[in-house]
Structures are given as C-alpha cells and as structure tokens.
Design a protein around this ligand. Sequence first.
Ligand SMILES: Nc1ncnc2c1ncn2[C@@H]1O[C@H](COP(=O)(O)OP(=O)(O)OP(=O)(O)O)[C@@H](O)[C@H]1O
Length: 288
Amino acid sequence: MSIRVEDISYIYGKGSPFEKTALSHVDLTINKGEFIGVIGHTGSGKSTLIQHLNGLIHPTSGKVTIDGIDLAAKTKDAVSKRHSAGMVFQYPEHQLFEETVAQDIAFGPKNLGCDEEEVDKRVKSAMRFAGIDYEKFAGRSPFRLSGGQQRRVAIAGVIAMHPDFLILDEPSAGLDPIGRREIFSRIWDWYNKGVFSVILVSHNMDDIARLATRLLVMHKGKLVLDGDPMDIFLNHREELKECGVDAPPLTQTLQALKARGIPVPEDAKTTKEAIDRMAKMLGGKKSC
Ligand SMILES: Nc1ncnc2c1ncn2[C@@H]1O[C@H](COP(=O)(O)OP(=O)(O)OP(=O)(O)O)[C@@H](O)[C@H]1O
C-alpha cells in the first residue's frame, strides 16, 4: 500500500490578486510501514502538503494517488482511499462536538457505514488504544475533560476509522511535557505494532529525530531533502540552516561525538535507536 504524490503544485487563490504558490513540483512515494517526519520553516508548505495526502485539497497540477486511485476522482474507490489516510489537525479537540465521548468517537465509523455492533467494537478498541477508560469516560461530555484527555478522544476518533496512514499536524501543540510524552509514546506503540504508518509534521526537532524513520524537509514549497533522519541531521546541517531549520540537540550531541572520533551508529533508523545502541555499548538503559 502506498501514497504517490506525483509532481504536485498547489496555488491558493489561483487567478486572484492574492494568489500564492504553496507547493511547487513535489514528488514522493510514501510506503506502508514508514514513520515520516515533515519539517521546514513556517510557511514552507508542510500543512498544504499533508492536506493533499487524504484528498482534503487537490493539487493545482499533478496528482495524488493511493494504490493507484486518484484521490481527486469522484468515485466510491477514491472516497474509500481518502478514508485510509486519517488526519489529526492541530488542536483536534476543537472539532469535538458530540454530547458524549463515545458518540464523538463513533461519528467516523458510523459515517463509514459500519453497523452498530462494529461501531461499538471500534469505539471500545480506539479508547483502549488511546488509554481512555471506557467505563469511566464513554458517557461523559468531552467538553469537561482536560486538554490532554480531549486530545486523546479526538485522536481516538481518527483511530476508530482504522486508517492505514495516520497524518498528524503538530499533535502535541499546547500540551504540557507529560501530555506530549504520553501522546507520542502511544503513537509510537501503535506504529510499532504495525497498526498504521505515520506522517508527522512538527516544529519539535527532538520528537521528529527520536521517532521518524524518514525525513522530508520542505523549503519555499519545495521538497528539498528526503532521506534518513540520521544522515540528514548529521551530514546536511548547512542545507538545513538554509531552510531555517536547526538540527535537534540530540543529533548535535551525536555529531560532536563523531567529530571527536567516537563512532556513532550512523546506520540507525532513528536517533532514538542510535542513542539506545550507544547506551548499550556503554552498558546503559534503553531510552523511552
Ligand atoms: N488558506 C490560505 N490562503 C492563502 N495562502 C495560504 C493559505 N494557507 C496557507 N497559505 C500560504 O501558503 C504557504 C504554505 O503554507 P503552509 O501552511 O502549508 O505552511 P507550513 O509549512 O505548514 O507553515 P506552519 O509551519 O506555519 O504551519 C504560506 O506562504 C502560507 O501563507
């Protein structure tokens, strides 16, 4: 299963005096099993790009397909493929609207046409995934929960749609450090279990460096770097700087070690794996 982004460009307000080219000839393939981090300076086109991946917006030129089906098509197949890429926006709790937590999470699967039994099953399993106690919270108003709990309910709503690709735009924005750690450790667990692939947009370089197995760097609407996070953060620092992005402190440390002749596991898939491997060599514990 894969998403193909075929040479897409996107212009906001095309033909108006305010037209703005947000994406310019972006071409890439996203395969099932990847954890992709998307980084870039403010306004570089990250959000515009990811909104194409579930057909929320369609390219001005080029096309986006999932398993060969054009997401812009007005067919049943295209609708089903669009649903296979679930999007969690920044502050997703702003989209909560039902009276109870269970009803809110049930909204998506109901819309997909699932029967009552299937909806109930999905609500319970999404809540379990998101760490929300069913007995305690199912009948509660989502509006009376804490910010972190609301975020989990909103994410559970997307999980209940059983997406193959989970697209997250700054999922921890506005959360305290405990809330953000919780959200990311759950997302990592689900990803590790092979529940879905992840496409994560974040300004937090440490989160991206710890988790992503592939990195996309956007600059002025173009995809300027696409590759191994370790390689990009360790060996493309100047290009990153030109894009207004700093390498995360974790990789700066690894680079300082490398500069002193200490071997760092450059073939590690993520910085988290590199740190764990170095810690193991030194007899330390795994990071979380
Ligand atoms: N609805 C819109 N109408 C007009 N221009 C827009 C609109 N949304 C975004 N843009 C412009 O398109 C460009 C890309 O914006 P986009 O939001 O995709 O960038 P981003 O990298 O996600 O930024 P951020 O990190 O701030 O969220 C920017 O110049 C932005 O001002």
